[in-house]
Design a binder for this molecule. Sequence first.
Ligand SMILES: [Zn+2]
Length: 436
Amino acid sequence: MKGNAKHYDKLREYLETVPLVDCHDHTISCGPKYADPINVVVSGYFVSDLHSASCDSEIKIIQNSKLSVEERWPVLEKAWKRSCHTGYGQVTKLVLKKFYGEDKLTLDALKRMESNLLNLEEEKTFEDILNQANIAVRLENIYHHEDFGASIKAILDGSGKLSPRARLVIPLPCFHGALNLNYGLVQNIASSVDKTVTSLDEYLNVCREIFEGYKRFDAVAFKDQSGYTRSLEYGNPTRAEAEKVFNWFMSDPRRSVSYPDGVKDLDDYLFHEFMRMARDMDLPVQIHTGHMAGIRNDIVKTNAVGLRSVIELHPDVRFDLFHANWPYSGELLFMGKNYPNVTIDFCWANIIDPIYCQNIFRQALSSVPHGKIHGYGSDFSGQADRAWAHASIARDNIAIALSDMVEMEYLSFDEAKQVGYDWLFGNANKFFRLNL
Ligand SMILES: [Zn+2]
C-alpha cells in the first residue's frame, strides 16, 4: 500500500527503522515447516476469508493436504478470485512476493514454490525474518489445552523453552471458565504447584501462586480472550453465589456445570478476583474485544463497551483493549478517551481491515491521547513470514494515516514521526515496562 500525501514516502521510510513491540502473539516454538505450497497460501487467518468466499465442503478440499496441488487448485482458484483483496489476502500476496518471488497466485507459481518451501522450524531462519521485520520483542500468549497443568509447571520451573524474543503473558480464561471449569481441571491446575484443592479459597490461593510464578518468570501482563465463548458483560455476583457453583462440582468429580450460564456466577466472581490480583501485582490486563478468529461467531458479545462495569469497578487495573474492537470503532475511541485505565491495541486489526485501521488511526489522533495507542501485534502461531507481512502492513497503515494528517496541517512532520515511534514502540515499551 502507498499513501498519496506529500510526506508519505519519508515517513514510511522512517517507520521502517523503528523497532516494533509485538504486543500480542501465540508462538509456542519456531515453525511451521511448510510441506505443501497451498498451506503457505491458506495458513493463518486467510483461510477464514476463503471459507467465507466458498462453503464448508470446498474449504475442506482446499485444506486437504492428502489431495494433490492440481486436484485442489480449481477450488482454491475460485475462492481466491473472490477473496484476494482483503487484508488477509494482502498478507498472502506479500508472503508470496517476498519469500517466493511470485507476483501472482497461479498453479505454475505453486508448482515452483514446492522446491523451496520455508522451514521456519530452523531458529536461524525464524530469527532472520524477525530481524527483517525489526521486531524487538513479542508478548507471547501460549498455553496447551491438553494438559494445562503440565504447561504451567514447565513455565514455573523454567523447563519450557520460549520462542525467540518472547515475554510471557498469563493466559487467564483457562483459570475462570473458558475450559469448562470442573473438578478435574481445578486439580490439573493445582498440580502445577503440587497442591490439591478442596475449597474456593484454596483455588484462589493456587491461582495467585501460579500468577506470581509467571511474574517471577518475567510475565508482563495478563491476557483474556473469554469473549470467544461468553459476553464481556461480567456481572458482580457475591462470593456465596460463586462458592455455590464451585462447591457443587467439587463435591462430585463426575459433575460438570453447563457453560456459560451454569458457571457464570463463578466465572464472573473469579474474573473480578483476578483483576484484584492484577492490581496487586501491578500487571496490565489485555482483553480480546471485537472480531473473533474463524467464522460464524457472535460479535455482539465482544463489543468493548460490554466491559464498562469491569473498567469502572477496577480503576487501578490498566486495560489494553485488543484488535481495535473491529468493527466498533466509535465505541473503542470512546473507551480510550473516557477511561484513564484504558489503552487501545491494534494487534491483529491491521490485517483484519487495513482501511478501518487507517481511518481509526487518523481519528484516534484527534480524539484519544496519542500516548494510549499500541500500534502492532502479529497474533500468529509461529509463521514469522506472516508476522513480517503484518508488520509491513501496520507500518503502511500508520504512515498513511499520519502523513494524511501532516498534509492537513494537523501536526508537523517531526511530530508525526514522534507519534509513529510511540505507536509502534515507545508507548508499549513504557506500558508493559519492557525497559528496552
Ligand atoms: Zn490472539
